[in-house]
Design a protein around this ligand. Structure first.
Ligand code: CAA
Length: 381
């Protein structure tokens, strides 16, 4: 495996880094406190091509590889993990799925504006009683007069109230279990499509996490993605790529924690010397650096396999599992190194911990990732 980045990959990383510092960092703290969605920033991300990074240019995207996407996600999430998840969902779960499985009509009508960043997408799989156990979809899509009529509730939907187009998983044939689930593109404003509450969260507070309601919501048959009964496979296949995005988001948080700890330890003095001179602190810094590096390698490996058109679902689960775990660990250590200052808002590291925690939960909890990894191992051996 060769991880010498190309000129183009480095350019994308640097562009993301500069954009994050100049355009995102100034408002991060205020948006976190207020729980305010970064609409202007999302628009600028679209102008940069960061909302449809891996979509070919024919469909309005930037035509880049998954490695570039990972590098950009790390830089954006280092500064603001809320912006990271908004970007990740649009790229990995929405654009990727529509590009791979959408009809020419869907690509023309929905993928192009989503990839250009003119519209924002959301992915609605989870329900009040179907989180980890995602096959237990209660939302129904019954056929009536040539339409699909949606009824049900979706929970924890990233970009929920902000999205123009939502990919909704619903049961079209209950008797077939997960093979009776289908995916639909639902436009904001469709009669019968409404919103429940917007969640007041521990972390990633400036992202929009909402519940969605569907009451006799009529969807035209051309908005069916892939085929009837393929909705669960659609969700699983797109989530494999999504897990690479969330791994990159977690790495961004972990690296930000390490950087903050390095800076602070060289400034703070105790017992007559900088705290960076104490082995107790040096060991923490070393542990954090090793973890960040290992997480990057796991994630780049999954991205490289995806780019090579090889099987990558086990590696994506490993990358997401490990990166999210170490993001929490690194944020906790950064707080410990900061002492009391780490516990107050002024010093950023408390936000890193709040933001890191969700990476162990969404797009499949870490317990689910272990199931995916174990099943792949057992299949292979
Ligand atoms: N990749 C591709 N296909 C997969 C897959 C994967 N990683 N995992 C399962 N599948 C396929 C299986 O091959 C099987 O397909 P066929 O029937 O065609 O053979 C089908 O899915 C059912 O699989 P299982 O029999 O293994 O089903 P299960 O119920 O025992 O386990 C599960 C499935 C792995 C637990 C799955 O339900 C799962 O991944 N749950 C987690 C759901 C999740 O990640 N939710 C995230 C919500 S979205 C989100 O968070 C986005 C956001 O807003 C940030």
């Amino acid at each position: 495996m060769n991880f010498d980045f190309t000129e183009e990959q480095l350019m994308i990383r640097d562009t993301a880094r500069e954009f994050a510092q100049a355009e995102i960092a100034p408002s991060t703290i205020e948006r976190d406190i207020k729980g305010e969605f970064p609409s202007e920033i999302v628009k600028k991300l679209g102008d940069l091509g960061f909302l449809g990074m891996m979509v070919p240019s024919d469909f309005g995207g930037a035509g880049l590889d998954t490695i570039s996407y990972v590098l950009a996600m790390i830089e954006i999430s280092k500064v603001d993990a809320s912006v990271g998840v908004i970007m990740s969902v649009n790229n990995s779960l929405v654009c990727y799925g529509l590009e791979k499985y959408g009809s020419p009509y869907i690509k023309e009508k929905y993928l192009i504006p989503l990839a250009k960043g003119e519209k924002l997408g959301a992915f609605a799989l989870s329900e009040p009683e179907a989180g980890s156990d995602a096959t237990k979809q209660k939302t129904t899509a019954d056929k009536e007069d040539g339409y699909f009529v949606l009824n049900g509730i979706k929970n924890w939907i990233t970009n929920g109230q902000s999205a123009d187009y939502v990919l909704v998983m619903a049961t079209t044939d209950k008797s077939k279990g997960h093979k009776g689930i289908s995916t639909f593109v639902v436009e904001k404003g469709t009669p019968g499509f409404g919103y429940g509450k917007k969640e007041d969260k521990l972390g990633i507070r400036s992202s929009d996490t909402s519940s969605l309601t569907f009451t006799n919501c009529k969807i035209p048959p051309e908005n069916l993605v892939w085929e009837e009964g393929k909705g669960f496979n659609f969700a699983m296949n797109t989530l494999n790529g999504g897990r690479i995005g969330i791994a990159a988001q977690a790495i961004g948080i972990a690296e930000a924690s390490l950087n903050a700890a390095l800076k602070y330890s060289k400034e703070r003095k105790a017992f007559g010397q900088h705290i960076s001179d104490f082995q107790a602190i040096q060991f923490k810094l070393s542990d954090m650096a090793v973890k960040v590096e290992a997480a990057k390698l796991l994630t780049l490996n999954a991205a490289a396999l995806k780019d090579a058109g090889k099987k990558y679902y086990k590696e994506a689960a490993m990358a997401k599992f490990y990166s999210s775990k170490i993001a929490v660990e690194c944020a906790l250590e950064a707080i410990q190194i900061h002492g009391g200052y780490g516990y107050v808002r002024e010093y950023l590291v408390e936000r890193y911990l709040r933001d890191a925690k969700i990476t162990e939960i969404y797009e499949g909890t870490n317990e689910i990732q272990k199931i995916v990894i174990a099943r792949a191992l057992l299949d292979e051996n």
